[in-house]
Design a protein around this ligand. Structure first.
Ligand code: ADP
Length: 495
């Protein structure tokens, strides 16, 4: 094997320590595969309240206790703790940057009482970025690659290219910045700029300035050596229009030559119907009848009548506008006239929580809704449903459609981002299709596509063939991790 590389993977959420979305799944799975391939990869994340010392066997690193981290004229103290992410094959070291005042709260980014971002999120994540760099210096560990993820770690790229440009430890270090969702940018008022520690010259169009504010996603984009997005289609979309680039489309365009779309993989040790530990009955493409037991259990769970001939459509999602819930809202009454059942697991915007709670009360035999976050139920829905609905406005990669394919639960998706890259329409391609795809973001197209899916469900032979094809798709991390490793290597070749 070629020379192993050392890589620091920086993320604000990592399964099983803390999670709000797909970023957490990626931040656990990718490093583990890179480690299996022989590289020294370590992870660093904030020590949120959910990261329990006892549960995760976390220990202190004595020489990294009470490090002073400067934010403008205030000094915060940060301590680093450590644990491991273990699977049957490997162990990846995880560092946690802790500061009780900043991180010990009931939610990662949002105050559950107000549903607004914590008012001091600038402090929380500027502290994180400055703390990560100080940690490396105190550890004396010199990564070849620092791999940043989303706005929460974007500032690190800017700091390394300015304040720390002459730090010998980082002389040959290259920075990769992965965008998991361009809509979340970490925008703060100009008054937060002094806290970053960046030189004045960084507050400009070519730096982190954004309409008079600062933008930490832009910090990552402007200063990283390479940018990746989590699917090839999303890489093109973010530079195409404001709807996708959220005001940074110009920056994405400017950085197009440094940008690579690498599709996320899925963790097949967790999401695999053949070995899934939390579903009532495991099954495979050869034992599809096992899926029906899960369907029955799913209906029982939601107290819905079970009928193998009535298709169950599943949804597991953050209840956010991005995911296309306004389309579902618009057509809910029409859907209820159709011969189907709908099960929804999600939490988020109140208007959508109310929509599904009310629908479950009104249509007791047709709709099941669980408002909340529940990993086990997410598995049961993937295993028990016949179809999975994701009519997203945009979808940087999306994991649930990949889980659905693996569980033989045919996805109904809008053709955007990673959905476009992973699902093929069954009517357009009867021999290779694995789901149902519509182009335009409009409720009628979604409804017509659901009708197509229902009609295909009636053809058992064709449906089962499509299920088998979907289950055979290899969306594991192996191929994608190789692409990241190639990217790291190519960057290191550059002076
Ligand atoms: P995003 O990162 O935009 O939320 P993804 O599809 O990439 O969307 O990833 C979502 C991840 O979060 C999946 O692992 C999905 O199963 C999980 N998830 C989302 N909402 C819930 C929920 N309410 N309960 C359990 N898991 C959820």
């Amino acid at each position: 094997m070629a020379k192993p590389m050392s890589i620091l993977f920086v993320s604000s959420e990592v399964v099983p320590f803390a999670k709000t979305g797909g970023l957490a799944d990626v931040s656990a799975a990718l490093p583990q595969v890179v480690r299996e391939l022989g590289h020294d990869i370590r992870i660093i994340m904030p020590k949120f309240a959910a990261v329990s010392d006892r549960k995760f066997k976390i220990h202190d690193i004595k020489r990294l206790t009470d490090m002073p981290i400067q934010l403008g004229d205030r000094t915060f103290l940060g301590s680093v703790k450590s644990s491991f992410l273990t699977n049957i094959k490997t162990k990846v070291q995880v560092y946690f940057l802790s500061n009780e005042q900043l991180y010990c709260r009931s939610d990662l980014y949002v105050d559950p009482k107000t549903k607004e971002a914590w008012p001091d999120n600038d402090d929380r994540f500027i502290f994180f970025c400055r703390g990560v760099i100080e940690t490396l210096i105190l550890l004396g560990w010199k990564p070849d690659i620092i791999h940043l993820n989303d706005w929460q770690s974007g500032l690190i790229a800017a700091l390394l290219k300015t304040e720390y440009a002459n730090e010998p430890l980082f002389k040959n270090t290259k920075v990769v910045f992965t965008v998991h969702n361009a809509a979340y940018q970490g925008v703060f008022p100009k008054t937060s700029f002094v806290k970053t520690g960046l030189p004045d010259k960084a507050f400009k169009l070519e730096g982190i300035e954004f309409h008079g504010d600062i933008n930490l996603l832009k910090a990552g984009l402007m200063y990283a050596d390479a940018i990746t997005t989590v699917s090839p289609t999303y890489a093109k979309e973010v530079r195409s229009t404001k709807e996708y680039g959220y005001g940074l489309e110009g920056v994405f365009k400017k950085k197009a030559r440094k940008t690579y779309g690498i599709l996320n993989g899925m963790d097949v040790s967790i999401w695999n119907p053949e070995i899934d530990k939390v579903i009532p009955k495991t099954y495979s493409a050869e034992t599809l009848e096992g899926k029906l037991e899960n369907k029955k259990a799913l209906c029982d769970h939601f107290k819905l009548p079970y009928d193998p001939r009535v298709p169950v459509i599943g949804i597991v999602s953050r209840l956010a506008d991005q995911k296309g819930f306004d389309l579902i809202q618009e057509k809910l009454e029409d859907l209820m006239k159709m011969d189907l059942q709908l099960v929804v697991l999600g939490s988020g915007e109140k208007k959508y929580e109310d929509l599904f709670t009310k629908a479950a009360k009104k249509y007791k035999k047709k709709v099941g809704a669980h408002i909340g976050f529940d990993e086990e139920l997410a598995h049961l829905i993937e295993a028990g449903a016949d179809m999975f609905l994701m009519p997203s406005k945009y979808e940087p990669c999306g994991l649930n459609q990949m889980y659905s394919l693996r569980y033989g639960t045919l996805p109904i998706v809008r053709s955007t981002g990673g959905l476009a890259d992973t699902v093929e329409d069954l009517d357009a391609k009867p021999k290779s299709g694995t789901g149902f795809v519509f182009e335009k973001y409009n409720a009628k197209q979604m409804l017509d596509t659901i009708k197509r899916a229902l009609s295909a469900f009636g053809d058992e032979k064709m449906w089962q063939a499509a299920m088998k094809r979907a289950m055979m798709k290899d969306n594991s991390w192996d191929a994608s991790a190789q692409k990241y490793i190639e990217l790291y290597k190519n960057l290191l070749k550059k002076k």
